[in-house]
Ligand binder design. Structure first.
Ligand code: NAP
Ligand code: HSE
Length: 448
């Protein structure tokens, strides 16, 4: 796809106009709701922006497909490039890397501002797009890319810019929270809960991005980029999805007063060698039921922020679905529209700090381990010895139930915070003990 050549930045006062031409790329779950709002709420939007937001076309693959909300049929087109070239503002809701990346580049290149909800693209190619926008003076806004309707990116970027954010911990994927919640509260099967999430429009086109943790990992990279002012990509996030979460894990968590959530965590930390950096990780995590994140149900999202001076903040709301996500898209569109109409200069990019991504083995976390062991004298001492040998302190230890065979028992241990590397070494060594029949469950614990 040929890119048009760069033109002058959008910094000069805009000529008087009575409408901004809006190109919508994508007319699916979110795109059809954005089209609906642009059409049904046109008068309200015009009042807020100062001129009309005129929907000039909707780029799709199949112009004849039936949509969640049907726009004027003449608006649907397969010529996305022509739509971009004639626009004052582009809203990209196609998803995926290509052609979304080339179309966004095409717009930014000539100073046309872009709103996108495409976290997969931003987590892989964000740096290149932020730089291009900053060079041409265009805006690139993406509030919808993380946690659906919840305003979280602007607070991180703007409201907390006078503070130091140390940690962001979020339930950032509605599909997996919906599945884990149904499994926890209704005993639903993984497959049934996933099918329902897909029917409700929460899941990505390929749901392995949700259940494999990659969608949450993309959001972790974006959250960390805004929280720490340094640029992170998907490959710097350690990712584990929810496909291995078992009924046994759920039972052990519930028995100990916890609930399992897929958390996206970005935190500042210092490696053993003294390097200051950031650790980004996504994995199923035990959270105390009374923790604010423990009560987040269904497809709702929540992002828990810890800042030096503000303390603990929680942002909560609908994290997925057509209309909630379109709300965040339209918030960005109105803000950009106001800026174009006022003719003000584009926002300068926040300077990028040099905070390297550290390996996840440096992360500090608590861990719950459930072991099936021989019910014999000396077993507890040998098990505890492995933890001691690796410098991992045990917070609680409980014999939770008799094992299947008369000679066995189940032990549930919860550790104090320790380095991930030491916890991994403990688990590896436990599997070699004769007295340990099985390591039945290993889950990280946060928020205790
Ligand atoms: P979707 O339902 O799959 O819709 C994608 C739309 O893009 C469809 O209308 C499709 O056309 C069009 N499209 C895809 N590839 C195209 C191509 N090569 N050329 C022209 N049109 C193309 O996706 P969605 O759920 O609305 O998600 C859109 C974006 O928002 C994604 O980046 C997603 O990650 C993000 N997002 C979604 C949610 C959510 O809850 N769904 C929440 C936050 C962010 P056809 O309809 O003709 O196939
Ligand atoms: N598939 C995503 C989710 C959509 O389930 O959260 C919102 O980004």
């Amino acid at each position: 796809m040929a890119e048009p050549t760069a033109s002058a930045a959008q910094t000069a006062p805009a000529p008087a106009r009575d409408a901004l031409r809006v190109a919508l790329l994508g007319g699916g779950t979110v795109g059809s709701q954005a089209a609906r709002i642009l059409t049904e709420d046109a008068a309200v939007l015009a009042d807020r922006v100062g001129v009309r937001l005129e929907l000039t076309g909707i780029a799709v693959r199949d112009t004849a497909a039936v949509r969640d909300w049907q726009a004027d049929p003449s608006l649907y087109t397969t010529d996305a490039e022509a739509l971009v070239d004639g626009a004052d503002l582009v809203i990209e809701l196609m998803g995926g890397i290509e052609p979304a990346r080339s179309l966004i580049r095409r717009a930014l290149q000539v100073g046309t501002s872009v709103v996108t909800g495409n976290k997969a693209l931003l987590a892989e190619h964000g740096e290149e797009l932020y730089r291009l926008a900053s060079e041409t003076g265009a805006q690139l806004s993406f509030e919808a890319a993380v946690a659906g309707a919840i305003p979280i990116l602007r607070p991180l970027r703007d409201s907390l810019s006078g503070d130091t954010v140390n940690r962001v911990m979020g339930i950032a994927n509605g599909t997996t929270n919906f599945i884990l919640d149904r499994m926890d509260t209704e005993g639903a099967s993984f497959a049934d809960a996933l099918a329902e999430a897909q029917r409700l429009g929460y899941a990505e086109a390929d749901p392995t991005a949700d259940v494999g943790g990659f969608d949450a990992a993309a959001k972790a990279a974006i959250l960390a980029t805004l929280a720490f002012g340094s640029s992170y990509t998907l490959d710097q996030v350690s990712v584990e999805g929810i496909t291995e979460v078992t009924a046994e894990d759920n039972a052990a968590a519930a028995d100990a007063g916890y609930v399992i959530k897929l958390l996206a965590i970005a935190e500042r930390d210092t490696a053993r060698d003294g390097t200051a950096g950031a650790i980004l990780r996504v994995h199923p995590t035990l959270i105390p039921r009374e923790h604010p994140l423990g009560s987040v149900r269904g497809a709702y999202n929540a992002v828990f922020v810890e800042a030096e001076n503000a303390g603990q903040l929680m942002f909560y709301g609908p994290g997925a679905g057509g209309a909630p996500t379109a709300s965040a898209v339209m918030g960005d569109a109105v803000a950009i529209g106001q800026r174009i109409v006022r003719g003000g200069p584009a926002r300068l990019r926040t300077p990028v700090a040099a905070l390297p991504a550290l390996d996840v083995s440096e992360a500090r976390t608590s861990c719950m381990v459930v072991l099936r062991v021989a019910d014999q004298p000396g077993v507890l001492r040998r098990v505890a010895g492995v933890f001691e040998e690796h410098g991992v302190s045990i917070e609680t230890l409980r014999q939770v139930q008799g094992a299947d065979d008369a000679a066995g028992a189940s032990l549930r241990l919860i550790t104090h915070r320790a380095r991930q590397r030491d916890l991994d070494d403990v688990v590896a060594e436990l599997t070699t003990l004769d007295a340990v029949h099985e390591v039945a469950s290993v889950l990280r614990v946060e928020g205790n």
